[in-house]
Design a binder for this molecule. Structure first.
Ligand code: ARG
Length: 643
């Protein structure tokens, strides 16, 4: 845990033994569970309906005007008209210290918390628990009633760029979403392993190595591996496309002659010669030498890989991400693949087809998955084959309870085939523990200079843009201590928030102007809201550690009450997020809160209020800042103090 990035380290974790009669009810972790429990027990007492049946059906609400909790009576499946039953339950509900008399709305019952007990409970907790507020370490327990059974283990595989190719928008999204998922599982008490499965093996390495011999420089490689390798990549691919023309032309001539039944022997010989010296063929041969274990070829490959990883690490750190494991296609043992071939053959899953080995999914109850090649004619494995080897290796090494692959929706078929083959090979249980988390495409991701070589280029560009935006406000700009650093963080926040706006499956247009604006639900706006609360705390000159002793009863205004009700939802929002696995679940909650905050500032003034009112309001704002901070960190953002 020592090497956790600062941002995630602050996501401390709380757990507790289960004390309630209801499954998943943790009153000491989640203030709302106190209310759920109370409601379930009271309804049960007056109606005779089993409280266990009621408890799980008491739902949180998406807008506060629908109450703090609600019960859709029909879900109780009692043989009585739901509207009548709702009326009946409401009329029998006893007076309560915690909640107002419930209201019946058709077949629904709405419950509103009484402000005072809620406020002191929620604000008291937040100010004491700080970064841990909302976390729930019990979720990741193998057995919540017996902590000695230990935590559940999850592998999250994400980012996974290809070393010999540019880092593209798909890798960016995978990085952002994967980092977020790792945080969510962490605050839910799982033991998380973050894995990067590099594209670090294959014919493209042969191409890159040959390119390096022709265009590369040792010095440039050490200095800036990613950009240098990218230059080499561009130059060698130029060679490839120059050769493509003549080869294609010859092939067409041969085809034409064949059709006329003319002799093609000479052209065939010419073609063979061209192909023999082509970059493509040289790359294939080079890669073959790597596969055969040629030490020199492997040394160069290892150097590319090691230097690239060093550089990746620096960039990931800017996004508050560090990987536990840099795996990759190169790491998959051939024995694991051989083992898989055997299992497939034994299970009658694979078959020979024109010299290759294939799996025809249509014959195994999965029509949509088509056919996939497992072993090429020349005996070499493919992308899918390595993944099949990897999935069993990981199972043996990590004994995980769950594994998530964060990969673009373009690879839906690939992952569906992987999971199906795994199942057909006889590892049904393993397949059922794996999940593909997919996402849509980013359109038009390019820097203002044109090409994207690596993530750094984009982050740098957005940082520059943010710096320009900040300079427009001269007064404020002059107060920021390290404007370049702040601009950099704001830039990264812009990119990430834009990415997390909307459901994962939706694609979006990369829009530099929109994402860096302070208006609308953007990253800069979120940072601004946080910085404003920090500034308010500084200006109040109150002792933050004393706020927990404030007189919360003074927070009687509707604005204050509603803000508290929203803050009370945070633990439930996190739980809900653990189900949806969508960053937008957290993000839209945070925007609801920042909107509510900005309409409260004029009503609930801190400066100029009576000392005890001032302290109570500051306690409220400090609590909001804490929850905003917790939420931003879960998303992988670094909240700023000033801007
Ligand atoms: N390197 C791959 C690509 O860029 C993504 C790897 C996804 N993960 C996997 N286990 N196949 O397309």
């Amino acid at each position: 845990a020592a090497s956790l990035p600062a941002s995630v380290e602050a996501l401390s974790l709380q757990s507790t033994a289960q004390k309630s009669q209801f499954a998943g009810c943790f009153p000491t972790l989640n203030p709302i569970d106190i209310y759920r429990q109370h409601i379930a027990e009271e309804l049960s007492k007056s109606s005779g309906i089993d409280a266990q049946k009621i408890y799980p059906r008491i739902a949180w609400t998406s807008t506060l005007d629908k109450g703090d909790l609600s019960l859709p009576v029909a879900s109780l499946q009692i043989k009585q008209n739901p509207v009548e039953l709702a009326k009946d339950l409401v009329s029998k509900f006893p007076a309560s210290d915690l909640i107002h008399p419930p209201t019946q709305l058709g077949p629904h019952i709405q419950f509103f918390c009484k402000p005072q007990p809620l406020t002191s409970n929620v604000l008291g907790r937040i100010l004491k628990e700080k970064a841990a507020y909302g976390t729930n370490g019990n979720q990741g327990q193998k057995d919540p009633s017996d902590p000695s059974k230990g935590q559940k283990k999850i592998i999250i595989e994400f980012s996974s760029p290809n070393i010999a190719k540019p880092f593209h928008a798909g890798h960016l999204r995978s990085t952002i979403i994967g980092g977020f998922l790792a945080n969510i599982y962490t605050v839910m008490g799982w033991n998380v392993t973050k894995m990067n499965y590099l594209g670090d093996w294959g014919k493209q390495y042969g191409l890159l190595a040959n390119g390096f011999k022709e265009f590369g420089s040792e010095e440039a490689l050490i200095k800036d591996p990613i950009n240098h390798l990218f230059d080499v990549y561009v130059k060698i691919n130029r060679n490839v496309s120059e050769q493509d023309g003549p080869i294609k032309e010859l092939k067409e001539q041969i085809k034409a002659k064949n059709e006329k039944n003319e002799d093609v022997a000479e052209l065939e010989a010419q073609l063979a010669k061209l192909v023999d010296v082509s970059e493509d063929e040289r790359a294939r041969r080079y890669f073959k030498s790597m596969e055969d274990g040629d030490p020199e070829a492997l040394a160069l490959w290892r150097k590319f890989r090691d230097l690239s990883i060093e550089k990746y690490k620096q960039t990931y750190a800017r996004l508050n991400i560090d990987f536990d494991v840099y795996s990759g296609e190169s790491q998959i043992k051939s024995e694991s693949m051989t083992e898989a071939y055997k299992l497939m053959e034994k299970a009658g899953v694979s078959e020979k087809s024109e010299g290759a080995v294939i799996v025809d999914f249509t014959k195994h109850g999965a029509k949509k998955l088509g056919k996939a090649i497992i072993v090429r004619k020349d005996g070499t494995p493919l992308y899918l084959t390595r993944d099949i080897g990897a999935i069993t290796e990981r199972d043996n090494e990590y004994h995980f309870d769950k594994m998530i692959y964060v990969v673009a929706a373009q690879q839906d078929l690939h992952l569906a085939q992987l999971f199906k083959v795994t199942e057909l090979m006889g590892h049904k249980d393993l397949a059922s523990r794996c999940q593909h988390i997919n996402f849509g495409m980013v359109r038009g991701m390019s820097t203002r200079k044109g090409t994207v070589k690596f993530l750094d280029d984009i982050l740098h560009d957005v940082g520059d843009k943010m710096h320009e935006v900040m300079k427009k406000n001269e007064v404020k700009y002059s107060q920021v201590e390290d404007p370049v650093k702040t601009a950099d963080i704001l830039g990264i926040t812009s990119v990430m928030v834009q990415d997390m706006t909307g459901k994962r499956i939706n694609g979006y247009d990369f829009n530099l102007d929109a994402m860096t604006s302070f208006e609308g639900d953007t990253g800069p706006y979120l940072q601004y809201a946080h910085a404003r609360l920090c500034s308010m705390t500084r200006k109040s000159e109150l002792d933050v550690d004393e706020l927990v002793n404030a007189n919360f009863d003074l927070l009687t205004e509707q604005h204050a009450v509603d803000l508290v009700r929203l803050l009370a939802q945070w633990p439930d929002v996190l739980l809900q997020t653990a189900k949806t696995l969508e960053p937008i679940t957290v993000l839209s909650y945070l925007f609801r809160m920042t909107h509510m905050l900005s309409s409260s500032y004029d009503v609930l003034k801190v400066i100029g209020s009576e000392p005890d009112v001032k302290q109570a309001r500051m306690a409220l704002y400090a609590s909001a800042r804490q929850v905003l901070n917790n939420g931003m960190r879960v998303l992988g953002l670094s909240p700023v103090q000033r801007l």
